[in-house]
Each structure stands twice: as structure tokens, then as C-alpha cells.
Design a protein around this ligand. Structure first.
Ligand code: ATR
Length: 268
């Protein structure tokens, strides 16, 4: 019997997920489908009935549904609750379980691009305290990073998030970067700075140790100004496209029963 999966969003035409999952389905000769389905917010609850009826093994959820699906799922992973978004649904016995694989995608991408990055990692810097920062902070906490320094233009937003997540997360204004940089071995940009070719003008990356890794979750452009600057200083960089590819792995495995490999041809 054919196993079906999906990505739902509104609009949905920009999604790269069908290409990723389609490549893996073909590679493993699986009798399955993965389609992008446009579901308007008002139709979300009816779509969940199709899920419960067994039409799909599960699928991905993207904008604008990542928060709304909480109320519709029969169960939700505690980490997805902390992150505040569900991006993956798995159906079993007429019930829908919601999870978030973004933090696993972030970890998988760094593990592949900078092996050993988290070994004895004591200080990490996270730039930006918006919705996207939450999955990154949870990921770093899950690897036991002792001190996670959260920098944001609006300090209060960072302070609120740090107080909520606890476990080593502290909030900073950018003026403190030069003090923290020398003991930092990882810098992650989670903010939208970089999407339009813009850079943080108050970050002196030259203060980082030469063993530091710099990564950006923005992947358009693939080489953000932050990554270009880090590369020019000879620092190890990991771009954000791999996070998208790696976050797809746990979903595919849950729906189709095979753990796929992230290969470079998927980046094309
Ligand atoms: P997302 O949910 O995708 O993370 P968001 O919630 O709008 O998006 O958050 C965007 C992040 O980028 C925020 O941390 C924002 O900083 P503020 O909290 O001060 O708004 C940050 N950001 C956006 N533009 C910025 C800029 N020009 N300089 C510095 N930070 C910026």
C-alpha cells in the first residue's frame, strides 16, 4: 500500500521539502508520496480529520500553521512546546502526534559540517531572540553547553527568553560581545540579519578564537555577510541549508521507515 506524506502551508509553492523527500523516496525505491498541499487556516481542522482517517502517515507543517496545530494534535512533544512550534506530524492508530525537528536539523548540520563542535563546548553565542532562536537554544541545551549567551538588538526580548528557558541562557546587548567573544567557540545567527545581504555592524569576529565555528540559519543567500566575514578571518563556517536538509531526516524515517542520508546532491 502506498504511504503518503505532505507539507501543509499557506501559501506553499516555495517549499523545498517535496524535492528533498521525493529524492529520498526514489533513492530507496519506496512506494510513497510526499506532496505540498495548500491548506488555508480555516481548513486546518478538516485536514486533521483526513489525517486521523489514515490518509497520510504524517507530514510537515510550515507557515502559518506551526502554532495553530498545537490545539489540533492529540499529543505534542514537550520540546516542541518549549520551542513553541510543531513542524512535523506523525499519525498512528488514528491519533496525530506533533514534534519539532528543527533542533535536530541544527545539530545534524553542525555535526556534519564541523565534527566535534560541541566537545567540551562551554560558551556559545546566539544572535537574535525571535521565534527561530528557540529551537537553537533548546538544541544547545540538549548538548549540555554550559553558557549560552543570547544577544539581541532589543535586550528585553532576550531577557524574557533567557528567563523562560533558563539552563545557562543569559541575555546580552551587543556592546558586551567583545568581552564574551574570546571564550566563545560557536556563534549562531538566528536573526533575519543577513537575509538581505546585511551584516551586524557591531560584531568584531576577529576577537573570536581561531577554533571558533560560525553558522547561520539563514540560507538565502547561502553565504551571508556573517559567514563571508568569518571565512575571511579563517574561521570554520557552516551554512544554514544543511539545517533544512537534516530537519527532514526524522520525519522521513517516521513515515517511511528508512533513515535517509543527507548527501551533497540535495543541496543543488
Ligand atoms: P523569527 O521568528 O524568524 O526569528 P522574528 O521573531 O521577527 O523572526 O525575529 C527576528 C530577530 O531578528 C529578532 O531577534 C530581531 O531583533 P529584535 O528583537 O530587536 O527585533 C532580529 N533583527 C531583525 N532585524 C534586525 C536588525 N536590523 N538588527 C539587529 N537585529 C535584527
Amino acid at each position: 500500500m502506498t504511504t503518503n506524506a505532505f507539507v501543509i502551508g499557506h501559501p506553499i509553492n516555495h517549499s523545498r521539502s517535496p524535492l528533498i523527500h521525493g529524492t529520498w523516496l526514489a533513492e530507496h525505491g519506496i512506494d510513497g508520496t510526499y506532496n505540498a498541499i495548500d491548506v488555508a487556516p480555516g481548513d486546518l481542522s478538516a485536514f486533521f480529520e483526513r489525517l486521523r482517517a489514515g490518509e497520510f502517515a504524517g507530514g510537515n507543517v510550515t507557515i502559518p500553521h506551526k502554532e495553530a496545530v498545537f490545539a489540533l494534535c492529540d499529543s505534542v512533544d514537550p520540546l516542541a512546546r518549549t520551542i513553541g512550534a510543531v513542524n512535523t506530524l506523525v499519525t498512528q492508530d488514528g491519533k496525530v502526534h506533533g514534534t519539532n525537528t528543527d533542533y535536530l536539523g541544527f545539530l545534524g548540520n553542525l555535526d556534519a559540517g564541523a565534527p566535534g563542535w560541541s566537545d567540551a563546548l562551554e560558551h556559545a553565542v546566539v544572535l537574535g531572540a525571535g521565534g527561530a532562536a528557540r529551537a537553537i537554544l533548546v538544541a544547545l541545551q540538549s548538548r549540555g553547553v554550559k553558557h549560552i549567551h543570547l544577544f539581541n538588538r532589543t535586550l528585553e526580548t532576550a531577557q524574557r527568553l533567557a528567563a523562560e528557558l533558563g539552563n545557562g541562557v543569559t541575555a546580552h546587548g551587543f556592546a558586551e560581545f567583545s568581552e564574551i567573544a574570546p571564550r566563545t567557540r560557536l556563534v549562531v545567527n538566528t536573526s533575519s540579519v543577513g537575509m538581505h545581504g546585511t551584516r551586524f555592524d557591531n560584531l568584531d569576529l576577529a576577537l573570536l578564537p581561531d577554533t571558533a565555528v560560525v553558522t547561520d540559519i539563514v540560507y538565502v543567500p547561502l553565504e551571508t555577510p556573517l559567514l563571508a566575514d568569518a571565512k575571511a578571518l579563517g574561521l570554520k563556517t557552516v551554512d544554514g541549508l544543511g539545517m533544512l536538509l537534516h530537519q527532514a531526516v526524522p520525519g522521513f524515517e517516521a513515515w517511511f521507515g528508512v533513515r535517509p542520508r543527507v548527501t551533497t546532491d540535495l543541496r543543488a
